[in-house]
Design a protein around this ligand. Structure first.
Ligand code: HEM
Length: 463
């Protein structure tokens, strides 16, 4: 390690996290004023033309409005069929390759020797200083060490412990919903349940749980990173608040454990009882923040949008809804199919570490490679009638929404558990969940988000 790095690390560990972020904010603001980019939007929404009016080479799959405008299916279908490994020389995020077929995506995701997850897994890059190190964007061996420190939080034993708590929280939320009148499902159910789950995972003060959602939403919506609408000043302010909130959570937990309180099954306890990570906040504060943000972000948009996407899909395919109501044993398979259909994260990106040939295309060392899970999950070579939701589809579990290889989603079992419980509890309470009007979709090329969806519930007659 160089002397400069040692000094930088020492300085980092001596200055409180939130002060470091405030300093970074001042730097970023000055930079924006000097470069006259303050307040400038990068993206303005314009109607996207039908795909057959665009030359293959001009297709830009990074357009953050493709999903919102419902154009993504036709665009990906054409690229999958005509140029499955597609090069886009120019985009607001620079040149990049798109990998769009199921088999090719798995080949890239499994090959961390040739394709690096560093330094970011989004197509662009976050504003300077917002690029906190997280193990989702690290290669082995560093990745493996950091993942090992936290993965106990979602180990089968822990999930069994959590199941009862998740169920009681789901029941509480569902029993408080209005019936026979429209309300926003996203706010009342998807966001509320995800916030409760995140507070449980972190043993975060329950009454403040919505802060976790706000922080996570800000961290995943950055124009330069993925085309999401963002306000850099707000992001920095909230990141400082988050650093402060999570640091005091850590210190409070340590004091309670020292005072003889039983250790819980939450993430903070997990990190504090592991030799490698017990001094994380004091010695490597940015890594501390990165690990916690990853867990919060990882479990936020993804589960939320699967909860909303499931209701939407079952409304678009009412025969499947009837099938599910008639046979609750289909719920586990339906959950996998809903995750395939929604694919809450559109992609992960990699950088080629060496020259590689992929499906006939020559990818040069250093090139950016985007694995479009959203496309692979609609690949007609693997899934019959891929755009349809078929809850008893025999290969629903072959979806790639959780990725593959060393980075395969750490929370996949937890996400499935939450969704299974949600549907079990919904089906015993309501005869119908009717989507009223058109849902609203998020602006992003990364998160496939449903931002608002009005629904009307019909209670079960025999309840
Ligand atoms: C339906 C819900 C979810 C989906 C679709 C999803 C999707 C993903 C994807 C695509 C990856 C990257 C995989 C790769 O690069 O190969 C990932 C990684 C990750 N997810 Fe999830 N996720 C979900 C739920 C969760 C939950 C609930 C948590 C919280 C515990 C979580 C925590 C993580 C973490 C920590 C990683 C990084 C793993 C690593 O780099 O080793 N995810 N997820």
């Amino acid at each position: 390690m160089s002397i400069a790095t040692t000094i930088a690390e020492k300085a980092q560990s001596m200055i409180p996290l939130e002060m470091q972020i405030r300093g970074a904010h001042m730097y970023d603001k000055t930079r924006r004023i000097v470069t006259r980019t303050d307040g400038q939007k990068i993206f303005t929404e314009t109607p996207i033309p039908p795909v057959d009016e665009v030359a293959l080479a001009d297709i830009d799959l990074s357009n953050p409005f493709l999903y919102r405008q419902g154009m993504w299916r036709s665009y990906f279908e054409r690229v999958r069929n005509e140029a499955p490994v597609h090069f886009r020389p120019e985009s607001p995020f620079g040149p990049f390759w798109s990998v769009t077929r199921h088999a090719d995506i798995i080949a890239v995701d499994k090959n961390h020797e040739a394709f690096s997850a560093e330094p970011f897994i989004i197509i662009g890059k976050p504003p300077r200083f917002m690029d906190i190190a997280m193990f989702i964007a690290m290669d082995p061996p560093q990745h493996d060490k950091q993942r090992a420190a936290v993965q106990g939080v979602v180990a089968p034993k822990n999930l069994r412990e959590m199941e009862g708590l998740i169920r009681s929280r789901v029941r509480e939320v569902l029993d408080g919903l209005p019936v026979d009148e429209p309300f926003d499902w996203v706010n009342a159910v998807s966001i509320e349940l995800t916030a409760r789950m995140l507070a449980t995972l972190l043993d975060f003060p329950y009454e403040d749980r919505h802060k976790l959602v706000e922080w996570s939403d800000l961290a995943t919506s950055m124009e330069e990173a993925n085309g999401g609408p963002s306000d850099n000043d707000k992001v920095f302010r909230e990141m400082a608040a988050m650093a402060q909130g999570l640091s005091s959570l850590w210190r409070d937990k340590a004091a309670r454990t020292a005072g003889g309180e039983d250790p819980g099954f939450d993430l903070i306890t997990m990190l504090q009882s592991n030799d490698d990570t017990k001094d994380l906040l004091d010695n490597r504060p940015m890594e501390f923040l990165g690990n916690l943000v990853l867990l919060i972000v990882g479990g936020n948009d993804t589960t939320r949008n699967s909860m909303s996407g499931g209701v939407l899909a079952l409304n678009q395919y009412p025969d499947q809804f009837e099938k599910l109501k008639a046979n609750h044993d289909l719920i586990p398979n339906a959950v996998s199919e809903i995750i395939r259909w929604q694919t809450p994260l559109a992609y992960m990106r990699r950088i080629a570490k060496k020259d590689v040939i992929l499906n006939g295309q020559f990818i040069r060392k250093g090139d950016k490679v985007v694995m479009w899970y959203a496309s692979g999950n609609r690949d007609e070579r693997v899934f019959d009638r891929p755009d349809e939701l078929i809850i008893d589809r025999s290969n629903a579990r072959n979806h790639i929404a959780f990725g593959f290889g060393v980075h395969r989603c750490m929370g996949n079992r937890l996400a499935e558990l939450q969704l299974r419980i949600l549907w079990e509890e919904l089906l015993v309470r309501f005869d119908d969940i009717e989507v009223v009007g058109e849902p609203e979709y998020a602006q992003s090329n990364f998160v496939r988000g449903i931002s608002k969806m009005m629904v009307r519930l019909s209670p079960k007659q025999d309840k």
